[in-house]
Design a protein around this ligand. Structure first.
Ligand code: XMP
Length: 506
């Protein structure tokens, strides 16, 4: 049986990060809402309680019955999680005199298995407005910082710990060791979760689930759908048919190159050039949301038509990944689900859904792809929006504009690769602006288009900073675009961060 750690989510922004850190310890974990503890699952070896935007004494605070958890599972409370265990046990939690935020030095007060191997004076990251001011009798403080006496505690005679800092964030230098002490040392993880073990068990499960059924899958050229396809191909071979739709707004040569990659991987893939239909439906449309809707619906229709040409299809496979599925809690307690490009597809097609990557984080998807022997350039590809260049051409879309943008984009992306910068940025692209400006070329006055280069660094696209690319590189790219892309005489570099800007301009 696959061992698992449960992370009870009380709504913190770092809950997913806790999950990733546990997986990095080769231990399978699941993030579940604070009130959905799977008490009857025998594979649970330990529980972690996340932070929360609430104070434990708030009326609306998320609570869970500690008597069902304590002494039953090894348990680690982080920040709010630690405060909740202490508060429910009879301790006091009050607003901190000053908000405790940022780096702090952790000093061990009492030797403890949770702190094994952690240097005295390790750095931890604090982020809380409340603090534990008194502990119940049977709790022992095991570590302090200059500002926080009870930085970490252990309940005597119980496998329960609490830390008021955040071991999951990068700035806590001892965080990985602390989580390892808990997950491996205390909970007894056998560290049997790896890309290889995932592939082996998933291929077996897919064969059982699908039998001789036929499956269709929509490829986008992105990492998730590509890895899902290769994994399914390993499980069921030719019973999988992949459909790759060209809406005409992909990058230069993308359709041909990616189709070739897919064929080399042995996939049974149908490439559909539907660009004519998309260009005619988009003619004259300037509103960004309408562009998205037209492309989303057109994609579903084309996919549906193609899938119906294959006989007896029973399943629709998708490259949905874990962050798409986790139900994250908003402050009001309502459940938010992330948006999907082709949201209407499963309903319209009336097929059963198969999502073999739905338990994986992005970095795990990449590791699985590598293990399956996929080429590095497919695995490390930047994210690219479903509606493609349509949301990077401000205003209406024509074939001529797409060609101009494809050429400029190609110079930028090729340049990033040649200068060894591609893997250092999260994503990059060029935007075609709806302005013309005066220039001079040779002895001629020109009045042509402007483009903006956009490159950002990020970890999850929720926030992003503009990439500080070298001036020499920007100069070279700008020269090459203006000299070789007809119709463009000005290049700008977008230096906006997200928030308040977004990554895409539309
Ligand atoms: P924004 O522009 O909101 O983008 O900062 C965040 C991330 O999402 C991508 N993006 C999209 N992806 N369909 C997609 O599949 C879309 O309509 C879409 N809009 C934005 C964007 O490229 C970035 O990675």
């Amino acid at each position: 049986m696959q061992q698992k750690i449960i992370i009870l989510d009380f709504g913190s922004q770092t809950t997913q990060l806790i999950g990733r850190r546990v997986r990095e310890l080769n231990t399978y974990c699941e993030i579940v809402p604070y009130n959905k503890m799977p008490y009857d699952d025998p594979s649970v070896i330990g529980v972690i309680l996340s932070g929360s935007p609430f104070s434990v004494y708030d009326n609306k605070a998320f609570k869970t019955d500690m008597s069902l958890l304590r002494r039953r599972y090894p348990m680690l409370g982080i920040c709010y999680g630690a405060q909740l265990i202490a508060y429910e046990g009879g301790g006091s939690v009050e607003p901190a005199p000053s908000r405790e935020y940022g780096r702090a030095k952790l000093t061990t007060v009492s030797a403890d298995p949770l702190l094994e191997g952690i240097d005295t004076d390790a750095q931890v990251w604090m982020s809380h407005g409340d603090t534990i001011t008194s502990l119940p009798d049977n709790f022992t403080i095991i570590a302090s910082t200059p500002e926080v006496a009870c930085a970490a505690y252990h309940i005597n005679g119980e496998q329960t710990w609490g830390v008021q800092f955040h071991p999951e964030v990068f700035h806590s230098t001892c965080g990985t060791r602390l989580l390892e002490n808990f997950v491996v040392g205390i909970c007894g993880s056998k560290r049997d979760w790896s890309a290889e073990s995932f592939i082996e068990s998933t291929v077996k499960a897919l064969r059982e689930q699908l039998g001789d059924d036929k499956v269709v899958l929509g490829l986008s050229g992105g990492v998730d759908s590509s890895v899902a396809a290769v994994l399914l191909n390993r499980a069921i071979g030719k019973n999988l048919t992949c459909i790759f739709v060209d809406h005409g707004m992909l990058r230069k040569n993308e359709f041909t190159n990616v189709l070739h990659d897919y064929e080399c991987l042995g996939l049974n893939v149908i490439g559909v050039d539907a660009s004519e239909r998309f260009f005619s439906e988009l003619a004259g449309v300037t509103d960004p949301e309408r562009k998205r809707k037209i492309i989303g619906k057109g994609f579903i229709d084309v996919f549906d038509e193609e899938a119906h040409k294959i006989k007896d299809v029973k399943w629709l496979a998708q490259g949905t990944i874990y962050p798409d599925c986790i139900e994250s809690l908003s402050i009001t307690g309502t459940v938010i689900k992330s948006h999907h490009n082709v949201g209407g597809l499963p309903e319209k097609m009336n097929l059963k859904l198969c999502e073999p990557l739905r338990l994986l984080f992005k970095d795990e998807v990449r590791a699985v792809g590598r293990s399956l022997g996929m080429p590095e350039h497919l695995i490390k590809r930047h994210p690219f929006p479903g509606p493609g260049l349509a949301v990077r051409i401000l205003g209406d879309i024509t074939r001529e504009k797409v060609t101009i943008l494809q050429n400029a984009d190609d110079i930028f992306i090729r340049g990033l690769r040649e200068w060894g910068l591609y893997d250092k940025v999260w994503q990059a692209g060029v935007i075609l602006l709806p302005v013309q400006s005066v220039g001079v070329m040779g002895d001629e006055r020109t009045y042509e288009r402007a483009v903006a280069l956009r490159a950002v660094t990020s970890t999850d696209a929720m926030t992003a900073d503009w990439a500080h690319l070298p001036y020499d590189f920007l100069a070279k790219v700008s020269n090459e675009i203006i000299n070789t892309v007809r119709g463009v005489n000005r290049v700008c570099y977008d230096i906006s961060s997200k928030p308040p800007a977004t990554i895409e301009w539309e």
